[in-house]
Write a protein that binds this ligand. Structure first.
Ligand code: PGA
Length: 246
């Protein structure tokens, strides 16, 4: 398979505006010579407009922005929410269903499905996070995962599925999880194979304690086309080393 690697930096609720601008600029510089990769920065909502404005001054194809979430509603009286139509001029991608939304904000797969629809209606490419909570035997884990994915991806046409990014993120491997450890490449590869067979056309990336030391192990798996990087994306040098591995 010819891969089109996608590396997503999920900054979560970190960075000041000043830091966000400096970091984006540094990532951009690091990518200028590297045209075989797509890097997406998922910055906090409030930094998206100023970052989009900066990037628009001298855009490069390799770098764009993502939202970390989106409202499940189209528009109107939903205090505190941000709608997809408000994001569409700022971002190319949108993350939905992150396990931290599930753990802290009780997001259900049905709600994630509604958010996904909002993104698609507004031509924002979804990055859909999926992952089991506990480490288990691979067979049983992926059954649960496929069931979860079916709810989240419900109603999507084959054309809509094509190109959608599925970020396989086992919750136990995410650095914010107590005692987190990255999953093994081979296991991640098996899950990715199953996802690609069940949902033809999707692009699978891996997330969970990715760093410059383990990135190559994941990219070695045929169906893994990139990574969603949390903690390690906050250090631009380390992040660019991860990008070098693809
Ligand atoms: P991590 O986060 O790389 O810090 O484990 C990944 C994520 O939460 O998306």
């Amino acid at each position: 398979m010819h891969k089109h690697p996608l590396i997503v930096a999920n900054w979560k609720m970190n960075t000041t505006l000043a830091d966000a601008i400096i970091m984006t600029q540094a990532v951009k510089q690091g990518l200028e010579e590297k045209d075989d990769v797509k890097v997406v920065i998922a910055a906090p909502y409030v930094w998206l407009a100023p970052l989009a404005e900066k990037l628009a001054q001298q855009p490069i194809r390799q770098l764009s922005l993502a939202s970390q979430d989106v409202s499940s509603f189209a528009k109107g009286a939903y205090t505190g929410e941000v709608a997809a139509f408000q994001l569409k001029d700022l971002v190319e991608y949108g993350i939905v269903g992150h396990s931290e939304r599930v753990a802290h904000f009780f997001e259900t797969p049905e709600r994630t499905n509604q958010k996904l629809e909002q993104l698609l209606e507004n031509q924002i490419m979804p990055i859909v996070c999926l992952g089991e909570e506990k480490k288990g035997k691979s067979g049983s884990v992926s059954d649960h995962l496929i069931a979860q994915a079916k709810i989240i991806l419900k109603g999507l046409t084959l054309a809509q599925l094509s190109g959608i990014v599925l970020a396989y993120e086992p919750v136990w491997a995410i650095s914010s999880h107590p005692g987190a450890e990255p999953a093994e490449g081979e296991y991640v590869g098996q899950v990715a194979d199953r996802l690609v067979k069940s949902f033809p056309g999707v692009k699978v990336i891996y997330g969970g304690s990715v760093d410059s030391q383990n990135m190559a192990e994941f990219m070695h798996e045929e169906q893994i086309e990139g990574a969603l990087v949390g903690q390690a994306s906050l250090n631009v040098k380390e992040f660019l080393k991860i990008v070098e591995q693809v």
